[in-house]
Every structure is written in structure tokens, then in C-alpha cells.
Design a protein around this ligand. Structure first.
Ligand code: ADP
Length: 450
């Protein structure tokens, strides 16, 4: 019994810094709100860690949108070209996945955009769409400084892209120039769309209350409809505009330093962008498995796991997948399933080891969901305040594999949000194929507003 008590104490010592109190979360919510306000201010924008980028999307769908559109989806797991038909009866789509060879991702900008046009031509040929001039919506999931719906300067590449001559350039112009080089006249680029915005618009087609978009996949980000009078970085005070928060970078100015544990610091140091995307590194799929792995390494050293036997495999980066968290938390005590995972790691675990591993996974995924909720709480409370209402009813369109497949993430997120923003009644709606559908809807809404 004495040994068990000592072990419990040691476990709590390791996991304690990862357990957030309600006060911690309220503080994160307050800090996010401060960063949002600074990001929206003309003078303060440059020093905010949350960039609050204007998207020039001023309306969500109202169901009267119509027409045939091309859509591109670049920056997610796959590059896709789509045709989206919006009619009274609903939306139908056809799409094709194209490969972007690493040599093209990391070659010259001209090569990259020429390749994209080749894919569009191939797609239009296959779909029998060559004779038409179709409006095109371009989902481009990289941070851009937008100066219009169809004018967006690339701020930086992420996710393995590094094509030269693109940063600082207008991405829409680069695409148009490539079309010109290839003498392709069958398309007209009308809008560039962030994936969060696409997600919000796709859900907005079915639910007019959907005015927030959220992604929790490889990375995390959010967008929402803000009052123009609060957007100091764009001229005009009338109506609303969707703001791409780029909230993954929240904390890059040091304001979240008090939350980072030893494990978070080690994970950050081994990424290709240390010190950057600090909020994202606490939340999204690319990092949760790594955080758990770092905890398991320390617990093994402290002889709290695997009877202190060394496990060299556990030293390998990315060997503990984020999808393992989903399996372990769902079937934490189904030893057979855990064993399959552990065999991959060449570990031999007892029943007690499995119970402790589940506790580690739960701690890491709960913290991620709670932090995401604190961020969202700042967003919905700001919307409620701006609209001068006592109660706000709003829907969040969500995409991302971690949100969709983890057994507890969405529930923990929703419970925490309810606690932190009790005056907001928030519904979550899963987006299906938001990037393609959303880009077409942005093009269609622009068409309607014109
Ligand atoms: P993207 O955000 O690039 O469009 P996804 O939404 O598909 O990509 O998210 C990919 C991320 O989801 C990966 O980081 C992966 O670790 C994580 N993931 C994959 N399967 C699962 C799962 N079953 N449970 C939790 N996370 C998962």
C-alpha cells in the first residue's frame, strides 16, 4: 500500500503540470481575447500573436446560391480539383485527387502553378467541361494577407511547401499567370479561401447560424464573422467580415509560456519551426502523440512504467501516433488492442501499465480539448458582446480528423465551452468536404452580392 501511494504521488508529479484548473482556462480565454483585440487593431496588429486576417467574405450562404463552379483544394492532406454544382435541390460534386511531387512542392513557383493548371485542364477534359468558362474558388490553406476576395499575398509556406518566388506574391495572380502561360481560358479565379472559411461556409449552407469555422486536424485554426466596425485593418464600418484568426500561433509572443511543460518544450524543440505555432502544438494531431511519447519516456526513466525496463523504440520521433490516443482512450482496458500498439513499440506492458498509459493519454487529450474550448469561449463571448445580446445562439462548423475520430475530444470541448461561456448556446456541426464545397459557395455568394 505504501509503495502504491508513493507511485501515485510520483505519477501526479509528472502529470500535474498538464492538468489545468478552471482559473488556468479562464486566463487563457482572457489572453486570447486580448490577442484578438490587438490583432484587429490597425496599430496593434503587427505585434499580436493571433494575426486576425481579413478574408473579404462578408456573408454566409442564404440558400439561394446557384451555378456550376470549379474548386481547388491545396494545403490539406491531398491536392484536389472539384466541380461543384449548386442548385435548388442541393449541392452535387465530382472531384479528382492529384499528386504534387515533392520536387514541385519545393521547386519554383512557376513549376508549381503550371502543374496546378495542368491538373485543372486534365480534370476539365475528363469531366467534359472544356468548352465553358467556369468561376473558380481556390481553397488555399496557408496564411495569406488578403487585400480582396481575389487578391492574397502569401505570408509564409507551411506543411512541407517551399516553392520559390511565392512568399509576398499574390497567389491568385500566380495562378492566373500560369493559366495564361498554358493558354487555358476555361476558368476564372474569383476567390481565394482559407480552409476554416470553407468549413464555415459549407456548414452555413445548411445552417444559417453557422458563423464560426474550426479545424482540429494536423493543425488547428478558427475563423468567425466579426463586425466590420471592430476590424481596424480594413476600411469601412458596415456589416460583417469573416476573420481568419490563424490561432495556431497564439502564444508565439510568450503569453502562454506559463503553461508549457517540460514535455511541450521538448516537442517544440524537435519541430521544424521551434517557438512557432505554440497553441497548435498543445492541441493538434501532429503533436499529441509526441507529447504522450515524451511523458512515457520520463515515466519509464522514473520506473513508473514497464517495470523500469528500458525501451529504445520509444526514443524514435513520431513512433507514438495520435490515433493511438483514440484507440487507448476508447479501449483503455481492452488489453488485446493495446498490445497491438505496444508490440509496434516493442514494449511488454502489464495491466497496470495499460491503465497508466490510458491516464497519460486522457490527460493530454483533455488539456488539448480544454485549451481549444478556452479559445472558442473567447470567440463566442466576443460575438455575443459585439451583437449586444444577453444570449447568443451560434453554430460552429468543424473539420479535422482529431475532432472527428477521437472518442472524447468533442465532448470535452463542448463541456468546457459550456462552462466558460454559459451565456452562449453553441452547436457543433461536422463539415463534409468543406474545403471544396466552401470554396464554391464563397464564389457563389460573391456572385450573388455583386
Ligand atoms: P488535415 O488537417 O491536414 O486536413 P486531417 O484532418 O486528416 O488532416 O488530420 C490529420 C491528423 O489527424 C494527423 O495529425 C493524425 O495524427 C490525426 N489522426 C489520424 N487518425 C486519428 C484518430 N483515429 N484519432 C485521432 N487523431 C487522428
Amino acid at each position: 500500500a505504501l509503495r502504491l501511494a508513493a507511485q501515485r504521488r510520483a505519477v501526479n508529479e509528472v502529470l500535474g503540470p498538464l492538468r489545468l484548473s478552471r482559473d488556468d482556462l479562464v486566463k487563457v480565454q482572457t489572453l486570447m481575447r486580448q490577442e484578438m483585440d490587438r490583432g484587429l487593431g490597425k496599430e496593434t496588429n503587427a505585434s499580436a500573436s493571433v494575426r486576425m486576417l481579413p478574408t473579404y467574405v462578408t456573408h454566409t450562404p442564404d440558400g439561394t446560391e446557384k451555378g456550376d463552379f470549379l474548386a481547388l483544394d491545396l494545403g490539406g492532406t491531398n491536392f484536389r480539383v472539384l466541380v461543384v454544382r449548386i442548385a435548388e435541390a442541393g449541392i452535387t460534386m465530382a472531384s479528382e485527387i492529384y499528386v504534387i511531387p515533392v520536387g514541385v512542392m519545393q521547386g519554383s513557383g512557376e513549376e508549381l502553378f503550371d502543374h496546378i493548371i495542368d491538373c485543372i485542364i486534365d480534370f476539365q477534359t475528363k469531366q467534359n467541361l472544356v468548352a465553358q468558362m467556369l468561376p473558380l474558388g481556390f481553397t488555399f490553406s496557408f496564411p495569406c494577407q488578403q487585400v480582396g476576395l481575389d487578391k492574397a499575398l502569401l505570408l509564409t509556406w507551411t506543411k512541407g511547401f517551399s516553392a520559390t518566388g511565392c512568399v509576398g506574391q499574390d497567389v491568385v495572380q500566380l495562378l492566373r499567370e500560369a493559366a495564361k502561360r498554358k493558354r487555358h481560358l476555361g476558368m476564372q479565379v474569383v476567390a481565394l479561401v482559407n480552409d476554416t472559411v470553407g468549413t464555415m461556409m459549407a456548414c452555413g449552407y445548411d445552417d444559417p447560424k453557422c458563423e464560426i469555422g474550426l479545424i482540429v486536424g494536423t493543425g488547428t485554426n478558427a475563423c468567425y464573422m466579426e463586425e466590420m466596425k471592430n476590424v481596424g485593418t480594413v476600411e469601412g464600418d458596415q456589416g460583417r467580415m469573416c476573420i481568419n484568426m490563424e490561432w495556431g500561433a497564439f502564444g508565439d509572443n510568450g503569453c502562454l509560456d506559463h503553461l508549457f511543460t517540460h514535455f511541450d518544450l521538448v516537442v517544440d524543440e524537435t519541430t521544424i519551426n521551434p517557438g512557432k505555432q505554440r497553441f497548435e502544438k498543445l492541441i493538434s494531431g501532429m503533436y499529441l502523440g509526441e507529447i504522450v511519447r515524451q511523458i512515457l519516456v520520463v515515466m519509464t526513466e522514473k520506473e513508473l512504467l514497464f517495470q523500469g525496463k528500458p525501451c529504445p523504440k520509444l526514443q524514435t520521433k513520431d513512433i507514438f501516433k495520435t490515433k493511438f490516443l483514440s484507440t487507448i482512450e476508447l479501449n483503455g482496458l481492452a488489453l488485446r488492442q493495446i498490445r497491438t500498439i505496444l508490440n509496434e513499440l516493442e514494449l511488454d506492458a502489464t495491466f497496470e501499465d495499460c491503465v497508466l498509459m490510458r491516464e497519460v493519454c486522457q490527460t493530454v487529450s483533455l488539456r488539448a480539448a480544454q485549451l481549444c474550448a478556452a479559445g472558442l469561449a473567447a470567440v463566442v463571448e466576443k460575438m455575443r458582446e459585439s451583437r449586444g445580446v444577453d444570449q447568443l445562439s451560434v453554430t460552429v462548423g468543424v473539420d479535422g480528423t482529431l475532432y472527428k475520430l477521437h472518442p472524447c475530444f468533442s465532448n470535452n470541448l463542448q463541456m468546457t465551452l459550456k462552462d466558460l461561456a454559459p451565456k452562449c448556446n453553441v452547436t457543433f456541426m461536422l463539415s463534409e468536404d468543406g474545403s471544396g464545397k466552401g470554396a464554391a459557395l464563397v464564389a457563389a455568394v460573391a456572385d450573388r452580392a455583386a
